[in-house]
Write a protein that binds this ligand. Sequence first.
Ligand SMILES: O=C(O)C1=N[C@H](C(=O)O)C[C@H](O)C1
Length: 317
Amino acid sequence: MKQMQGIWIPLITPISGAEVDVPALQKLAGHYFSAGVSGLVVCGSTGEASMLSEGEKAQILAAVQDVVPVGFPVMMGIGGSYTQRVAEKLTRLEKFGTPPDAYLISTPAYVRPSQEGIALHFRALCEATEQPIVLYNIPARTGVHIETSTLSALSDCPQIIGMKDCSGRLEQAARILRTSPLRLMCGDDHLLSDFLSIGGHGAISAAAHIRPDLFCALYAMIRQGETARSLILFQQLFPLIRLLHCEPNPAPLKAALSLLGMAKEEFRLPMTPMSASGKQYLARELEKLMQIPAPQLTGISPAKRGTNLVFPSCVVR
Ligand SMILES: O=C(O)C1=N[C@H](C(=O)O)C[C@H](O)C1
């Protein structure tokens, strides 16, 4: 995988009759590829990876790889708190299938290890694979934060190419962008505009499942210094972004996609559907967002998306 940037979609996992709905997943993957995003992530938090078996995760990866063109990057979320087992997961995946273009690996959840423990965890995983690794800093879910000093301690690991940051700490993000070669991707949808404005390389955005064209346009505007236009667009996106995260992700997202006829609202426990009152607000905001005209875009060759272009996957005129 070349330099990671632009808008990436952490795909939901469609479920139907308690099983992973592979045809629906492939349809979504094709839809987002055509919409111009720079890459896809399977089995992330939005993909409800905690409620999937290892076999299902491998099947999801293969199903998505099957429908996107070669060269279009697909990343895979990997979790787990016992370092040795996580390393074994990587080895097993690579033994039986085509590996993802990169792994998105979250910090160990529940254990609350020291920063040294976090660094040793990632170092052990770097020894288990030659594939690129994107660190996933999501303290609200795992209970631990990756400090800048830990990134420095890992700077000799060539597999670590970047970090997806859901910590809400913009000041730290700015420092990392100034001092390290890592690619930094925003995972906090409500901070997207700020994150990109301080030089963030892109986003892995659950909210971008809805109107991915507008998220790509926002990215392009910020990269091109069209601040006023980007602010207007972000203000239009913001109410829906908030609603998509006002109940556990991806319940509101699946509700929105179901209103658009793109997915069922089916979950595995302990995930439950969005509340009825939440859905009322969501439906109203969704209707407004769907009416925003598509920005005029000049496409960049799909083959070059997600790579080290100076400008992202779409250019707004
Ligand atoms: O799955 C992801 O990747 C994302 N997960 C975050 C979460 O569910 O907490 C949100 C982010 O937009 C993307």
